[in-house]
Design a protein around this ligand. Structure first.
Ligand code: FAD
Ligand code: DLZ
Ligand code: SF4
Length: 507
């Protein structure tokens, strides 16, 4: 029986389940650059170049290891531009009698695949993606009967399951979570190591030229291009992080400094999410760094929690709650996304910095996404569909399974509190404490009202007032309503007036 084995752009791992049992004499791997995948949302140019280059390198590596590979380039003249029709074309050409593919990362693609068997008249086996550490069934079993899920409970289960940072049945150091040590504000004189960077080789350059030609109207800077595009390079970038950044990762995890987009973060999300790195090898590398005193526990635990905790948790929620999750809108937010999310042209320095860096690097670190870009979208009531589309487009690590729960669940609270216990809404105090953005801003960070007051200050209260019915009973927010109720009427009117004026001007 000859089998066509399809490998998608985010499945670039030799261990991928669709390759299990590959028979050189009969089987072929199909990889294709798909116009529809690059444009169903208009991905950042750097993201497309990164993925196409990584796909081409991976195909070369498979060929070198003895696999038969059919690789369809974007500009091949017969390329039909969709997964289904490319699979159909290849099946007809080589007369395969069976298709094998690993479960895709997006619901949209899964639905498409589930139609192939009938539409193409050939058996299609969709195998589970065992690169993840918690299967969708395991997650569903864990979540069953819980009205609200909480990361901390899930995370502890994962620590025990894989015996990571454990002393028998107890957590190493006596605590499960060291987040309270991970909130240091930025200070001057920090020596932040240079991030991984590699020169574009011939394959990358060809892809860069193609992206420049076909996707010039997409957001973002294509060059300079410095991402890792092979597994070896991705491993080097992991190594650099473990040796030079991990030790400070925890302490400065939430800090933001103008002109320092990379901070002490790992920048491996791009590589993990397309398969160049595997989650457990990153976790083991960090645990091993702790064991040889290369990094402290608060950093190592914090990093490991992101990978075996948050990453698996959001994926579990995605597959449990799709397709309805994409349409959740707990607050009924419907304002359009302001233009400055694309242009960076705003007087708000925090947003200007984060959007400019996103445009340049297809990267922003977690707190920039959460407490600046996300927080602003939340408190100004932007339509979740538009916010999700933006986050899916602009980051090179964005695929819907990870982007959607972070945006709809974590920042917008659009699921009404299924993923997180309270909305991450905040006024300017937080940004001022954790960054140096406010020093170079046209707005006054400490001013609460008036034309030069920081918009985060009045929008925060306006958000709480607008959504009182939905939030008042949330015990983590109810204190803030007590504070609001104690304000005099003049102050309340100023909040309403300034917010209305600011929000009207956004449109
Ligand atoms: P580090 O900070 O060094 O963390 C290490 C790794 O942990 C990351 O590479 C990632 O794999 C994992 N991780 C950390 N936080 C999360 C999280 N909340 N959810 C899932 N994995 C996590 N992450 C994505 O991979 N793709 C996205 O599209 C994405 N969109 C986001 C949107 C918003 C609004 C927010 C608040 C977070 C989003 N995240 C997303 C999570 C997180 O911001 C990124 O994973 C992280 O910034 C990637 O940079 P890094 O590799 O330097 O991560
Ligand atoms: C994101 C992406 C892009 C831009 N292009 C391709 C492509 O040309 N071919 C491909 O196989 N995959 C691509 N991808 C990743 C797919 O969109 C991804 O497999 C789905 O998002 C499912 O996670
Ligand atoms: Fe952002 Fe307000 Fe600070 Fe300006 S003052 S950087 S708008 S938080």
């Amino acid at each position: 029986m000859s089998t066509l084995r399809l490998i998608l752009g985010d499945q670039l791992s030799p261990e991928i389940s669709s390759l299990d049992g590959f028979e050189v004499s009969k089987d072929t791997v199909l990889m294709c650059e798909i116009w529809n995948e690059a444009t169903y949302v208009k991905h950042h140019k750097k993201k497309i170049a990164f993925l196409f280059s990584a796909m081409r390198h991976f195909a070369e590596e498979l060929k070198a290891s003895g696999y038969n590979v059919e690789y369809v380039k974007l500009n091949d003249k017969d390329n039909t531009g969709f997964f289904k029709t490319e699979v159909e074309r290849t099946v007809k050409k080589h007369k395969f009698d069976h298709i094998v593919v690993t479960h895709p990362g997006e619901y949209r693609v899964l639905k498409d695949m589930q139609s192939w068997e009938q539409d193409l008249g050939i058996p299609v086996k969709i195998k589970s993606d065992d690169r993840f550490l918690c299967t969708t069934n395991e997650f569903a079993k864990w979540a069953k009967g819980r009205k609200q899920l909480r990361l901390e409970n899930f995370y502890r289960e994962m620590r025990k399951k894989y015996s990571i940072l454990m002393n028998g049945s107890d957590p190493v150091g006596g605590q499960w979570n060291y987040d309270s040590e991970n909130r240091q504000p930025p200070k001057s004189g920090l020596k932040i190591p240079k991030p991984y960077s590699s020169d574009a080789d011939g394959i990358s350059q060809e892809v860069i030229n193609m992206v420049a030609e076909h996707f010039s109207d997409h957001f973002g800077d294509l060059e300079p291009f410095y991402f890792a595009v092979t597994r070896d390079q991705a491993l080097q970038s992991l190594h650099l992080f473990i040796e030079h950044r991990l030790k400070d990762f925890g302490s400065f995890q939430d800090a933001m400094i103008e002109g320092e987009p990379w901070m002490y973060h790992s920048h491996i999300g791009f590589y993990l999410n397309c398969g160049l790195l595997l989650p457990m090898e990153c976790v083991k590398a960090a645990e091993e760094a702790f064991n040889r005193d290369k990094a402290p526990l608060n950093s190592v635990e914090g990093f490991i929690r992101q990978i075996i905790g948050w990453r698996e948790y959001v994926r579990g929620i995605y597959w449990l709650k799709m397709p309805d999750y994409a349409n959740e809108n707990f607050f009924g937010a419907k304002r359009n996304l302001p233009d400055f999310y694309w242009t960076a042209e705003t007087k708000m320095n925090c947003i200007r910095q984060c959007v400019s860096e996103t445009k340049k690097n297809a990267y922003a670190h977690h707190i920039q996404r959460l407490m600046v870009l996300g927080n602003f979208a939340l408190i100004s009531g932007i339509d979740p569909v538009q916010v999700n589309e933006w986050f899916l487009i602009v980051y090179a690590d964005a695929y819907e399974w990870v982007e959607l729960p972070n945006v709809s669940g974590m920042i917008l609270f659009a699921d009404g509190g299924y993923l997180a216990s309270k909305p991450y809404a905040a006024g300017a105090n937080y940004i001022n404490k954790m960054s140096n953005y406010c020093k170079n801003c046209s707005y006054q960070v400490t001013k609460k009202n008036g034309l030069d007051a920081c918009p985060f200050n009045f929008l925060y209260w306006d958000f709480l007032v607008r959504n009182r019915n939905q939030l008042q009973s949330n015990h983590r927010v109810s204190m803030m309503y007590k504070t609001y109720d104690r304000m005099d009427e003049g102050k309340k009117a100023a909040i309403r007036h300034d917010s209305q004026q600011f929000l009207d001007a956004l449109q």
